[in-house]
Ligand binder design. Structure first.
Ligand code: NAX
Ligand code: ADP
Ligand code: K
Length: 487
């Protein structure tokens, strides 16, 4: 448990304090932190002139340890201090003394072949000064950041207002949200988590509600499996000239293991759908009433509405019919936009049957339409998704390079395996279909959302760097997952 937890800087301070209370000295933690960074440097770089930029707090303290060890191992090392040695306190002051070498002031990065960024870590409390911003943009050599690249907010991943661009970031015990949320993830380069001896059991007290996504445990078909036991997913088709999105979703639902999948089609779109469907079934549902009748068959236990559904009253009525059916519901794209002028109507309809799963899959634009006041940049993507889940009564899968799945209990999972090739038309439809197929197989809301995000990213990852189209994705989904690169 908690092996993929993300700790905010505050929770990390708590973990630190609990470890100290359990008998590990804070100076030992700092020594191990610095040693872990120095060892990672040694693994990747040959000896070269190294400049360690140290800030006024414990991040700087870790920096002195790195400087001392690299120097003792024969590297040419310089230390630059932001502030004065006389003002250093506690463990950082002790480690500065142990370094024992000269201190320069933080003015330039000239002459360095490697920069160790130990300016600010968890304690970043205000925006970087103009001088540091300038310095960060002047760096042309590899950067190894201690804990987080200076300027990145560990809680949100935001750059305040700029940050060092690291090739390698070494953090301790667990990652922070800022390591996985954008833009922080990009600024970190490769992120390594080092064990510095903080016992895992401190997490039983902290109970961190955020985590990084990981290889999902998927429903398994046993030898006595029967297609009706694997769920029946329904995907609502758009109008005659907008049927492709629903078929992408339907194909993905089938591929991910739903026993049966039916496309519920308007009468005028039946011919187009019929021409393209084979294993997937087709049923006519011309309006909300007909959709309600189709979903009255309780074996149809998960329904997806939104991909190219059309924006307006008809889609709103179909959403209400889906929500009233008792099946698990995935609301995507047009199903969300259709409620832009009256989001509370949607939330009230969801509240009528609180026991079944509803998952909404907005991208940032759709999110802003439904949750106008939850778009403040100062809030982390996790906080925004959690607030939206609490308000709407649905699981929120807020998409992007760092998709977040959140539930109303305050938990959130950040996905990190999605390559940028997924930014292609129709890939969201595939995600919605995967989610529907997993819900049909009985997965609960946030678990299904996390698994769908992971499968989606893994499928795209199997393709080359360019050329991926949404049509390729369903065929790249294999549920015998390859080894997770994150583990
Ligand atoms: N488990 C832990 O929590 C451990 C933490 N360690 C290190 O300790 C660090 C946290 O140390 P601190 O709490 O001292 O925090 P930092 O060293 O990150 O920064 C705090 C200091 O920087 C100043 N400051 C913050 N933002 C500034 C800005 N933009 N411009 C100028 N000054 C600014 C603050 O006033 C304070 O003096 C971690 O990032 C990590 O590197 C390690 O020593 C090992 C264990
Ligand atoms: N830069 C990116 N890196 C990784 N994944 C991305 C990126 N941009 C978009 N995605 C993913 O691609 C999908 C796009 O969905 P969406 O915005 O609904 O597009 P569409 O409506 O065209 O299908 C989402 O799952 C999103 O998380
Ligand atoms: K740093």
């Amino acid at each position: 448990m908690y092996s993929h937890a993300l700790l905010t800087p505050e929770q990390m301070y708590r973990a630190d304090a609990l470890a100290v209370a359990a008998g590990v000295s804070s100076l030992t933690l700092m020594e191990r932190a610095g040693r872990a960074v120095a060892e990672e440097i040694l693994r990747r770089f040959g000896a070269r002139p190294t400049l360690v930029l140290c800030g006024p707090g414990n991040n700087g303290g870790d920096g002195y340890v790195v400087a001392r060890l690299l120097r003792d191992w024969g590297w040419p090392v310089r230390v630059a201090l932001l502030g004065e040695t006389a003002r250093l306190k506690g463990d950082a002051a002790i480690m500065a003394k142990r370094w024992g070498g000269p201190f320069e002031s933080v003015t330039s990065v000239d002459g360095a072949g490697l920069i160790v960024d130990a300016l600010f870590g968890a304690g970043l409390s205000k925006p970087l000064s103009d001088q540091i911003v300038k310095l960060s943009s002047a760096v042309k050599v590899p950067v190894v950041a201690i804990d987080v690249p200076s300027g990145i907010d560990g809680a949100t991943g935001a750059a305040r207002p700029a940050a060092f661009r690291a090739d390698l970031t070494v953090t301790f015990f667990r990652k922070k949200p800022g390591h996985v949320l954008m833009p922080g993830r990009e600024y970190c380069g490769e992120t390594v988590v080092a064990d510095i001896g903080i016992p895992d059991r401190v997490l039983d007290e902290i109970k961190p509600p955020l985590m990084e996504n990981f290889v999902p445990e998927l429903p398994q078909a046993g030898p006595n499996q029967h297609k009706y036991r694997r769920g029946h997913a329904v995907v609502v088709s758009g109008a005659a000239h907008q049927t492709g999105a629903a078929r992408l979703a339907a194909r993905s639902a089938l591929r991910v293991g739903a026993g049966l999948v039916t496309v519920a089609s308007p009468k005028a779109a039946m011919a187009a759908n019929e021409a393209h469907l084979t294993a997937i079934m087709l049923a006519e549902a011309d309006d909300a009433l007909a959709l309600g009748r189709l979903l009255a068959d309780r074996r149809k236990n998960a329904v997806c509405i939104g991909p190219a559904a059309g924006v307006g009253a008809e889609t709103r009525a179909k959403v209400r019919a889906a929500l009233a059916s008792g099946a698990a519901v995935v609301l995507d794209a047009d199903a969300l936009t259709s409620f832009a002028l009256a989001p509370d109507e949607l939330f009230e309809a969801i509240a009528e049957t609180p026991e079944r799963a509803v998952v909404m899959t907005p991208h940032e634009g759709e999110f802003a339409r439904l949750f106008k006041d939850l778009v403040k940049e100062s809030d982390s993507k996790c906080e925004r998704a959690i607030a939206a889940a609490k308000r709407s009564g649905a699981v929120i899968l807020l998409k992007g390079p760092d998709s977040v799945a959140a539930n109303g209990e305050g938990g959130a999972i950040v996905n990190t395996n999605a390559p940028p090739s997924l930014a292609t038309a129709g890939s969201g439809d595939v995600l919605a279909g995967l989610l529907t197929g997993l819900l049909a197989q009985g997965m609960e809301g946030v678990g299904a959302a996390a698994a769908a995000m992971w499968l989606h990213g893994a499928a795209a990852g199997k393709f080359g760097r360019a050329g991926l189209t949404a049509e390729d994705l369903p065929d790249l989904i294999s549920c015998g997952i390859p080894q997770n690169p994150l583990l």
